[in-house]
Design a protein around this ligand. Structure first.
Ligand code: G3P
Length: 221
């Protein structure tokens, strides 16, 4: 599974990339506007902390076909391993189809149902981003993503599910268990999964026992 970070915070990406195997970074217009940075600043800062093989995803803002295509070509030309995120409106689906004919790397986003995702897969999208938490707020999001994975498999479609919109580690766990090929998760949610207080308590117990017995806190004398 590929783990992406859903953030405009390059520092958070740099920190987590040291600890975990991070496949890249996703953003969207809301994340960028909340960061109080321009898209250019976010791109430059991310590009500085990402290795060339790590993927970066930026989303189109235009909503008309020509505008989406212009932005898609621009975004995909920014660096190697650069993907454009296109929302799956009818116009977006049209753009996804043409973008793939042009050889651009595409993630279909703002997905609220397995069917929307399936149609984007038929148009050749490389990744499909179902908004899991938002789908759970509206119905059975986990079941929808499970259906999607089965639908892709049954039809021999290669698109990868990149689940998005996570609010807690349990949702991430469920998506990994289902077999989603990728997930994009806010750094804060990842940290709740990485920093288990019980693990720290266990380590503290080991340290205390060692120090009481050998008078030091390292293995070797
Ligand atoms: O990547 C999609 C994601 O950013 C949407 O998440 O938290 O706004 O539902 P959220």
């Amino acid at each position: 599974m590929e783990l992406f970070l859903d953030t405009a915070n390059a520092q958070a990406v740099a920190e987590l990339s040291k600890v975990l195997t991070i496949a890249g970074v996703t953003t969207n217009p809301t994340i960028i506007t909340k960061s109080s940075k321009t898209a250019k600043q976010v791109f430059d800062e991310m590009n500085a902390v990402l290795a060339p093989e790590q993927k970066m995803f930026l989303q189109t803002v235009a909503t008309d076909f020509d505008g989406i295509m212009d932005e898609a070509r621009y975004i995909c030309g920014l660096r190697e391993n650069m993907y454009v995120k296109i929302p799956v409106t009818p116009t977006g689906l049209q753009a996804i189809k043409v973008a793939k004919q042009e050889g651009l790397k595409v993630l279909a986003t703002a997905i609220y149902s397995a069917d929307e995702a399936f149609f984007a897969a038929m148009n050749g999208a490389d990744y499909l981003a179902p908004y899991l938490n938002r789908m759970c707020n509206l119905g059975d999001g986990i079941q929808q993503v499970s259906d999607l994975i089965e639908m892709l498999d049954n039809n021999g479609l290669d698109s990868k599910v990149c689940a998005a919109s996570f609010k807690n580690g349990l949702q991430v766990h469920e998506l990994i268990r289902l077999g989603a090929q990728a997930a994009t998760v806010p750094p804060a949610v990842i940290w709740t999964m990485v920093k288990n207080p019980n693990t720290q308590i266990a380590v503290d117990e080991f340290t205390v026992a060692w120090k009481e017995t050998f008078g030091r806190t390292t293995f070797a004398e």
